[in-house]
Design a protein around this ligand. Structure first.
Ligand code: BGC
Length: 746
């Protein structure tokens, strides 16, 4: 922390400040700015930033650093700024006289969300982040992002608080549905592509929550301890890969503490890892209520306070002004903070393409289909004893549970997107945040009935085991819908389906063996009834057109191609932590969350401990069959590449996910193997394709904290072609020379 007291600077600053408040009001709008040098598109974003920065007064810079909640806050008796958009996440005053727009911030990762209340925006929702990760299709990730970006702009926002990539290391984390799964490569690629998609529409996206906000229990106060190198090879690697691919304009620091310090005032996380090591040039915004100071926060790397009044104080308003006047925060750092906000606005075209006034002028049909195609690729077929695709001659179909007669479930909290046409089921879940529990009006049952016009499709709520079993016994086949609502701010107590659903499924399966279980869950659940049912489909939270997507997969109009982005444990006793640390939450409890498992996360833990999961990471069935062959591995231009052939040997067109895992033959890693690369292929019956993939060198190395390098040890490596982390199809060996890479893996 700097405490340099410089009287001269203080006087100059004061003079500039006084001038600024009298000369220009923040609400001044730009007249014709096209001749201004910083509006010259031929110049680089960096040159333009410097030019406009020179024009700015102290107060104008200051205004860019302070964010407000875009919703009234009765608990603090504050109103949202009048310029903000109703029931939105955030608002920051820009400098309109210079062409720097206000920042209108919307949550989150599956679409344009609304804070709860009477005036919610109705928008298109993608399937959950977890679902998108289950597609293993980076192009789809980008397309979904671009769809959100479009709706962001039309809704009048220019900052989308998306890009959630907290590694799923705690399967009971209530927010896992927002993230990209348990593997740093898969999560980093999928979320990075989504960010790239959003920003392709001239809006800024965040990357969040930086870092280690891997459980919700006491998220505001808990302190994460993890071996530094292990963190670089797990949570931070996921964020780093997403950052490199997505190039987010902003990074949101998280609520929790890391190594004893709040993430939003952690010199280690913000100045060292993010800005120095990774070279981040944009701005760090705090999560809503994650700023705890002025001087430590500013000097340790926080650029913008968000969502006041969630914090105790408006730290980045007058207190920041005073801190700069006193020299506690240097003028240079203060300028740097403003520069970091402006630069991405030029870089991503936010300044050159001002957002229009908010409207509802959205092509919901088109966007719904983008969401649906994501859902169709995300649905994972976990078990199938010839029940699926559904027989064409079914006469009596039972649909049971999870309001499947009305809609599909979504995850709760700030990321909540409200559906066009209103909620399918009213008055469910908590009255206040993170409620309500929202069902989208896309009924799987109606979509099934439309495909079976002559069959009797009957519904039972699945609340009473007897009634459900009775309907099951009278039917040719049962579609048993089960769900697990997860939401921000609360973890789930365990991995069992809630509300007695296991017992209901059991009773239904006893009554009719032809039971297909369709799960709508945030993440992994246990399945004590697995051996009794004929098929299981994991549909996650499938988004706006989820009912249609589920029906198309069940009937075979779409061949399922989702693969698990997480391990499904057989029981909680297999996990690194038998309970979520600190669960159930005691308000304000300050405890350590110790990640003793280090980088041994997800399947790596299961491999290392020789635990047999219920379903392994990467697993997913299809209605067709694939064969993989001709695996070769070689070092090309200093990089490990693998090539192989995938053939569709079945009778239906379909998509497969080829996974390449790597492991050293003699050295020891945190786990027996790591995912090194993957490729989704789309093949007609009988068709084959040759695939080449490159392995990111960091996935072959060990990070060293002292030298900040990744070292690939000289020696033999096993390169494995697989259909899941537990199903290796073939394996070859390759020799690698020793290589030392810098912190960015170069
Ligand atoms: C969440 C963020 C979100 C912010 C604004 C916080 O509670 O953790 O993910 O972007 O609120 O709504």
């Amino acid at each position: 922390m700097k405490h340099t007291f410089c009287r001269t600077i203080k006087k100059i600053s004061l003079a500039v400040m006084l001038m600024s408040t009298t000369q220009f009001s923040i609400a001044d709008t730009a007249s014709d700015l096209s001749n201004k040098p910083w509006m010259n598109k031929q110049l680089s974003a960096s040159e333009r930033t410097e030019l406009v920065l020179k024009e700015m007064t102290f107060d104008e810079k200051l205004s860019l650093l302070m964010g407000y909640f875009g919703t009234d806050s009765p608990w603090k008796n504050t109103k949202r700024p009048v310029e903000s958009i109703t029931q939105s996440a955030g608002f920051v005053y820009g400098v309109p006289r210079l062409g720097i727009p206000h920042l209108w911030q919307a949550d989150a990762g599956v679409g344009v969300a609304s804070q709860g209340g009477p005036e919610v925006r109705e928008r298109t929702a993608l399937p959950s982040g977890m679902a998108t990760a289950a597609t293993w299709n980076p192009d789809g990730g980008f397309a979904g992002g671009a769809m959100i970006g479009d709706e962001t702009r039309i809704s009048g926002f220019n900052v989308q608080l998306a890009g959630g990539v907290n590694l799923v290391r705690e399967p009971r984390n209530g927010r896992n549905f927002e993230y990209g799964g348990e593997d740093p490569l898969l999560a980093g690629v999928m979320v990075g592509e989504q960010i790239r998609g959003i920003q392709s529409k001239n809006v800024v996206s965040t990357l969040k929550h930086f870092a280690y906000n891997d459980q919700e229990t006491n998220r505001f106060s808990s302190n994460v301890e993890i071996d530094e190198a292990a963190g670089r090879m797990s949570d931070l690697l996921a964020l780093q890969i997403a950052y490199e691919i997505g190039n987010p304009g902003s990074v949101m620091c998280s609520y929790n503490r890391v190594y004893g310090v709040y993430a939003c005032e952690s010199d280690y996380l913000l100045n060292q890892v993010l800005k120095k090591d990774w070279g981040f040039k944009g701005w760090v915004m705090s999560d809503w209520g994650a700023t705890h100071s002025t001087v430590p926060a500013a000097n340790n790397g926080l650029d913008q306070q968000s969502g006041y009044p969630f914090d105790v104080s408006a730290y980045f308003k007058e207190p920041l002004k005073e801190a700069v006047m006193n020299g506690w925060v240097s003028q240079e750092r203060f300028d740097d903070m403003a520069r970091r906000v402006i630069y991405p606005l030029f870089e991503h075209g936010v300044i050159d393409n001002p957002v229009p006034k908010a409207s509802n002028n959205i092509d919901f049909k088109k966007n719904g289909l983008i969401s649906q195609s994501d859902a169709e690729e995300a649905i994972v077929l976990l078990k199938n004893e010839k029940l699926l695709p559904l027989a064409k001659d079914l006469k009596k179909i039972a649909v049971i549970g999870s309001h499947a007669n009305l809609g599909v479930l979504s995850g709760g909290g700030s990321s909540q997107v409200y559906p066009v046409g209103g909620m399918a089921v009213k008055d469910l879940g908590p009255k206040f945040f993170p409620g309500p529990m929202v069902y989208y009006p896309s009924s799987p049952m109606k979509a099934i009935q439309a495909r079976y016009p002559n069959a009797k499709v009957a519904f039972d709520s699945g609340v009473d085991a007897k009634a459900a079993a009775k309907l099951a016994a009278e039917s040719d086949l049962v579609l048993m819908f089960a769900n697990q609502w997860t939401a921000e701010s609360v973890d789930v107590p365990n991995l069992s389906l809630p509300d007695n659903q296991d017992a209901i499924i059991d009773a239904v399966a006893n009554a009719n063996k032809k039971t297909v279980v369709v799960l709508e869950t945030g993440g992994a659940v246990t399945m004590p009834w697995l051996n009794k049912v004929g098929a299981v489909v994991e549909a996650w939270y499938p988004g706006t057109n989820g009912g249609e997507a589920i029906a198309r997969v069940l009937t075979g109009e779409v061949n399922p191609s989702g693969h698990l982005p997480i391990t499904f444990p057989a029981s909680e006793s297999q996990l690194p932590h038998e309970k979520v640390t600190g669960y159930p939450e005691v308000k304000d409890a300050r405890f350590d969350v110790v990640y003793h498992e280090g980088a041994t996360v997800g399947y790596k833990w299961f491999d290392a401990k020789n635990h047999k999961p219920l379903f392994p990471f990467g697993f997913g069935l299809s209605y067709t069959e694939f064969a993989m062959s001709d695996l070769k591995a070689e070092v090309k231009n200093g990089q490990l590449t693998a090539s192989f052939t995938v053939k569709n040997t079945g009778t239906l067109a379909g998509k497969d996910v080829a996974q390449v895992y790597v492991a050293p033959v003699n050295a020891k890693w945190e786990a027996p193997k790591r995912l090194g690369a993957f490729k989704k292929v789309d093949l007609k019956p009988g068709e084959s394709t040759h695939v080449n993939v490159t392995v990111d060198p960091r996935l072959l190395g060990i990070y060293d904290s002292k030298s900040k390098t990744w070292t690939i040890a000289k020696g033999e490596y096993q390169v494995m072609l697989a259909t899941s982390s537990a199903d290796i199809v073939s394996s070859v060996k390759v020799k690698l020379p020793k290589k030392v890479l810098d912190v960015r893996g170069k």
